[in-house]
Design a protein around this ligand. Sequence first.
Ligand code: PEP
Ligand code: MG
Length: 568
Amino acid sequence: MHGKGVARGYAIGRAVVMGAASLEVAHYRIAPEDVVAESDRLTQALCQAQADLLQMADTLPADAPRELGAMLNVHRLLLGDPLLAEQTLALIAERHYNAEWALAAQGQILGEQFDAMEDEYLRERGADVRQVIERVLQVLSGSTAMLPDAGSLDGNDPLVVVAHDISPADMLRLRGGRFAAFVTDLGGPTSHTAIVARSMGVPAVVALGNVRELVRDGDTLVVDGAAGVVLVNPSQRMLQEYRDRQVAYTAERAELALLRDERAVTLDGIDIVLNANIELPDEAAGALAAGADGIGLFRSEFLFMGRRSLPDEEEQYQAYASVARIMAGRPVTIRTLDIGADKTLDDEATVATNPALGQRAIRYCLAHPEMFATQLRAILRASAHGHVRLLLPMVTHMHEVTAALAAIEAARRELDARGQAYAKRLEVGAMVEVPAIAIAIEPFAQALDFLSIGTNDLIQYTLAIDRGDHDVAGLYDPLHPAVLRLVANTINAGARLSKPVAVCGEMAGDAHLTRLLLGLGLTEFSMHPQQLLDVKREIRRAHSNDLRVKVATALNRAIPVDLDLLQG
Ligand code: PEP
Ligand code: MG
């Protein structure tokens, strides 16, 4: 069976199929005189479910994945939402549905509303609504949880949980050595099953459609969490094949983990800086744990998105300062607001004709000086707590740099007037993500302290490919000679003018491209924390000078680089 692989790894185990109350709901009409009693039954079940969630949140084990507490809160909020209780009670009062039927019907309506949302993240929150309803249905049916029967847990062989969907609360109960993988009918890459499985380090395949109907308790399952494949009762030959893959994968991860405290240095002795990209402050601890040298890109716009009121100076200051403190003197590169294009604020009513070419990032900030000044003061104040650097997104013109530097100076004066502290020196850099600046890079490299190449946008703007458009995704080519020449031009200018140059776009975290970037002369990479060790391993196996010769040859001829030729 094929689904979406959302947490890497292999598992071989015995299937344990979990029930789903919502799939077995009783439908009947109640007598008009029973409406009050039936409504009470529903209200009590809602209260009981709230109390259960509260108790779970209060008794979370210390080693529980940190996402779980937040997820339990989301479920409590959904449970308390009047739309759920009031509309369900109305179905009981007006149509005389029994409580379970009314709840399942209302759940269906809400679920469909979420399914119709454009935003993938919001769409997946429909799963939370269904899980909350599942919980109340369990309370109504008198059962405490949709856990597997005790009988199916006999023995000590590894178990694979097969479910329609799994709520975060049930994931919590399933933690522990016996459960080797999760496979579900529903879910997507940002569903809770996916997030929690990844943080538990357990392989998971979601969106299988009807795995719960096709698999029986006790079946032998093989789960490939990277490919999204589930094999049911495979042959001995296939089992052996996957046992071998499992052993190889486990050995590979164990070997990689040993690299955490090793230097990222090439065979010819070039030291490479490996930084992490983060979106929210609470990811900083994970970056440190993964062995990052610093934060190369903190996408500050994520503090501003998905909310009605924007964060004020104090809230931003606390967020930035917390990252600076966690990173304890290591560099923390805070990018000023990169809003616009696909990242919009909730209160922005107008849609630009072509948002990616519109008032985005630094253009937006310079057009909203109050908002920009607030962020600059917050970043400056955070600089008193560590090594903070400031990064300007989507810079295209020198006058944008001049205006931004003047705004930073004005923010300093304001803090002086208030008597608030900030670091004496703040390095200021620019993202290189518009071809114009990559071509005419010298004055930017001279005026700024560092540069960071955003390959995601640089490729989009160079090749005229909308990075979010599926129809042209096949043309999005990091190896296009024009893209590589722009990257090379930027790195070379940095070397000539002694200004550090990093790559913080997705190219930096793709271990298949590590040798290519080393060959272009790159010495600073920034990526998602979970990619750090794969890239470090490539670096430690590479000979930087050999790669430089090979890549220069291909670039001079303006032909795409053959990645195979860069191997070994
Ligand atoms: C980039 O464009 O490569 C980049 C790192 O910025 P973002 O992905 O946030 O646009
Ligand atoms: Mg970008």
